[in-house]
Design a protein around this ligand. Structure first.
Ligand code: KIV
Ligand code: NA
Length: 263
């Protein structure tokens, strides 16, 4: 099939076709997910949790993400490949660009950054220099020590207004995709309807342009308690491939996320 690109994701939003995204960290899973028809693969800094066993994403380095991105790129053919920029690697526009180049050279086709209005200059700097950007708002795990834990965001009127203003500013700066994590369903819909760029939800309700889950979570491989937005797609399946196909189908037919996965 044809390569997924930033413009083709925009066309999917316009056509009302939901975007199915998964995190991925190695070549074998990339090949499997790509074969199943996943639209977007994310080398998330969640690898700090699921691959390295840390309790946050803060210890993940640029070299870690570059290593996993190169591995995923070798297995992937069609999906759009996004790499997370780790904590502390995009404090200034110049450092963000230098670090993004390393991830693009490892095979990323877009980079993801966590944060709002403070990133406007950086997003502009990157996109003017041919680095496509996915923004990330709501629960931004790199800010866990400022947020005071992994909590739902945008619940107050003030918080919701700030998130909407941030989303518009990031789009204006050149972002082409926006991950929304752990926000109320109504806010997820409002932001999605307001923006031209597609939104990808994780605990942001069924009205986002697409959905993302951490691979280990959707395969039921997690040691701790299950987050509300997680669904184990191995339930009722007899292979990992069938579970990945079930996830993609559930995103496309809008049966995932259900109310029980939303805030
Ligand atoms: O690191 C990650 O896996 C992510 C997704 C959960 C959006 O940022
Ligand atoms: Na991440």
């Amino acid at each position: 099939s044809k390569a997924v690109t930033a413009p083709s994701l925009l066309a999917m939003k316009s056509a009302g076709e939901k975007i199915a995204m998964l995190t991925c960290y190695d070549a074998s899973f990339a090949a499997l997910m790509d074969k199943c028809g996943v639209d977007v693969l994310l080398v998330g800094d969640s690898l700090g949790n699921v691959c390295q066993g840390h309790s946050s994403t803060l210890p993940v380095t640029l070299a870690d993400i570059a290593y996993h991105t190169a591995s995923v790129a070798r297995g992937n053919h069609t999906a759009l490949l996004i790499a997370d920029m780790p904590f502390g690697t995009y404090a200034t526009p110049e450092s963000a660009f230098d670090n993004a180049v390393k991830l693009m050279q490892a095979g990323a086709q877009m980079v993801k950054l966590e944060g709002g209005a403070w990133l406007v200059e950086t997003v502009k700097f990157l996109t003017e220099r041919a680095v496509p950007v996915c923004a990330h708002l709501g629960l931004t795990p790199q800010s866990v020590h400022q947020l005071g834990g992994f909590k739902v965001q945008g619940k107050t009127a003030e918080g919701a207004e700030r998130l909407k203003a941030d989303a518009l500013a990031l789009q204006e700066a050149g972002a082409s995709l926006l991950v929304l994590e752990a926000i109320p369903t109504a806010l997820g819909k409002e932001v999605t309807d307001m923006l031209a760029m597609p939104t990808i939800g994780i605990g942001a309700g069924p009205d986002c342009s697409g959905q993302v889950l951490v691979m280990h979570d959707m395969l039921g491989v997690f040691p701790g308690r299950k987050a509300r937005f997680v669904k184990n797609f191995m339930d009722g399946q007899t292979s990992i491939e069938a579970a990945v196909r079930a996830y993609i189908a559930a995103v496309k037919d809008k049966s995932f996320p259900a109310a029980e996965h939303c805030f």
